[in-house]
Write a protein that binds this ligand. Sequence first.
Ligand code: ZN
Length: 55
Amino acid sequence: MRKWFVKKEDKLVQKCSRCKQEKKLIFYANNFGVVRGLCQSCRKEVGDKEELFPI
Ligand SMILES: [Zn+2]
């Protein structure tokens, strides 16, 4: 039997735009309207300096 549907696990796992590691990302926009996907640890670091708005 052929598998037509490949189960996609962790589809939120992508390369973090800051540390370039494949992690579960949350997407944020900053004051300038720039949208970035950040992992949790980068979110913490960036969040100290910039305001991040979850989108
Ligand atoms: Zn990161």
